[in-house]
Design a protein around this ligand. Structure first.
Ligand code: ADP
Ligand code: MG
Length: 444
């Protein structure tokens, strides 16, 4: 039987080895082992599969013996292949804080994002409850859990909180948080170095996989293919999968049907922009965490002006608190107004469609009617996509609403926005064009 004492010994061994290991693989191989039993003379470990067993025995056994000896005195170390049901890998233990932190780091979780500092309001109540449920019984209820919502509304925060919560209940749970971007980069690196086996092992052996921003899978066939297999393996073993996206699965363009279908298997929960009261509560809580006292009228002032994005709200607060402490000025509405003047000016609350159309047509030398025309020539198609992208960024309008402005349906708008987003990652000319257009929209 595994006991807390055994878990503790093993934890120390792992940490000792991780600290000492030069090749990163050592730590990773050891991390996949589980302690089974320990007598006065022998420690039995289990490896998740034959491959790992061979790898550990051939390469790392001496180092493990050494670390075990340092922690618990000399022991014979025996490794065997796991026979137990995979679902049992959640020991009920509480570890000291430092160890939990190490586990959270390995899981690539962001320290700051916890349930306790997430403010719940009508806009995110459902997503929050779903995340809580999953954190309590991972793998059992909603699998996958799919959270979607606009930028800066707390998706990344909530899914990190799931990871932390699970670790606090089951410190040895193998949790992996990563953005879709990282998943893709690691895939490319593994392909290049011919290390696909490692890649597969790494993601298919976790208890909880949190993949952030899956809308970025759009058009990435190889990544989708690999993720499809990862998904299946995890799901079959009742491992928890948590996904976030800026839109529902059916609106993610160029996503394979079989993935889309799987994304819809579990629970889909949305996060909406927070209402005024929630925005005020968020500001007050953030100020409190920073050790500052934020008067209610100042909180109201900020919350009324920054409405659609919690990240911006936070940014404005941070700036205000920093300046107030530098200038040694009390936090008043007048002072907030003075400091945030530039932020609030440069972020117009909403830009009208006409302004976007004027700026885009001006830049690309088109006639105003061209954006709505049926013509598909490249001279018009790109400006039209750029205009749609700007509408999405600057107007408080849904995809269908934007579609109407251009006489197109919502899927065309989604496609346009995604295309521009993708191109912006590499196309420096387009980056410059957009920077210019954005400046024009701000009236600079
Ligand atoms: P998303 O992933 O949806 O773009 P994030 O999770 O990165 O958004 O959130 C942006 C910022 O706003 C983070 O610093 C996060 O802590 C904060 N935030 C968002 N919603 C809340 C909330 N309800 N309570 C507290 N902080 C929040
Ligand atoms: Mg995010």
């Amino acid at each position: 039987m595994r006991t807390p004492a055994l878990e503790r010994v093993w934890q120390q061994v792992v940490e000792r080895m991780a600290a000492a290991a030069r090749p990163k693989e050592l730590a990773e191989a050891v991390y996949l082992l589980r302690p089974l039993t320990m007598t006065r003379t022998e420690l039995r470990l289990e490896a998740p599969n034959r491959l790992m067993l061979v790898c550990v025995v051939e390469e790392y056994l001496p180092a493990i013996r050494k670390a075990v000896a340092e922690v618990a005195g000399p022991h014979d170390v025996v490794v065997e292949v796991a026979t137990r049901e995979q679902g049992e890998l959640f020991p009920e233990l509480v570890r000291p804080r430092a160890e939990r932190r190490a586990a959270a780091e390995r899981a690539m979780l962001n320290e700051k994002y916890r349930f306790r500092n997430f403010i719940v309001g009508a806009s995110n109540q459902f997503a929050h409850a779903a995340c809580r449920a999953v954190a309590t019984q991972p793998g059992d209820h909603y699998n996958p859990l799919f959270i979607y919502g606009g930028v800066g509304l707390g998706k990344t925060h909530l899914v990190n909180a799931i990871g932390h919560e699970i670790l606090s209940q089951a410190p040895l749970a193998r949790i992996q948080y990563l953005s879709c971007e990282t998943f893709m980069n690691e895939l490319i690196a593994s392909l290049r170095r011919d290390r696909m086996e490692d890649f597969k092992q790494r993601f298919r052996l976790v208890d909880v996989l949190i993949l952030d921003d899956v809308h970025l899978l759009t058009g990435r066939e190889r990544t989708q293919e690999e993720f499809f297999h990862t998904f299946n393996t995890l799901h079959e073993h009742r491992r928890q999968i948590v996904l976030t996206s800026d839109r529902v699965p059916k609106d993610i363009p160029e996503l394979e049907e079989r993935l889309r279908n799987r994304f819809e298997w579990g629970l889909i929960a949305d996060i909406q922009p927070p209402d005024l009261e929630t925005r005020v509560a968020i500001l007050e809580r953030k100020a409190e965490l920073d050790g500052a006292r934020l008067p209610r009228d100042v909180a109201m002032f900020l919350a009324e002006r920054i409405t659609s994005n919690v990240r911006e709200l936070e940014g404005a607060l941070r700036r205000l608190l920093a300046r107030a402490s530098l200038d040694r000025r009390p936090l008043t509405v007048e002072y907030a107004q003075e400091i945030l003047h530039t932020v609030l000016q440069s972020k117009p609350r909403a830009v009208a469609f006409d302004e976007i159309a004027t700026v885009v047509c001006g830049h690309f030398s088109l006639r105003p009617g061209d954006l709505r025309s049926r013509r598909r020539s490249p001279q018009i198609a790109l400006p039209r996509q750029v205009a749609m992208y700007l509408c999405r960024r600057h107007m408080k309008a849904s995809y269908p609403q934007i579609g109407q402005l251009f006489g197109r349906d919502h899927s065309t708008v989604i496609h346009a926005v995604t295309t521009v987003e993708q191109r912006l990652k590499e196309d420096t000319t387009l980056q410059a064009v957009l920077a210019h257009l954005e400046r024009s929209l701000r009236g600079e």
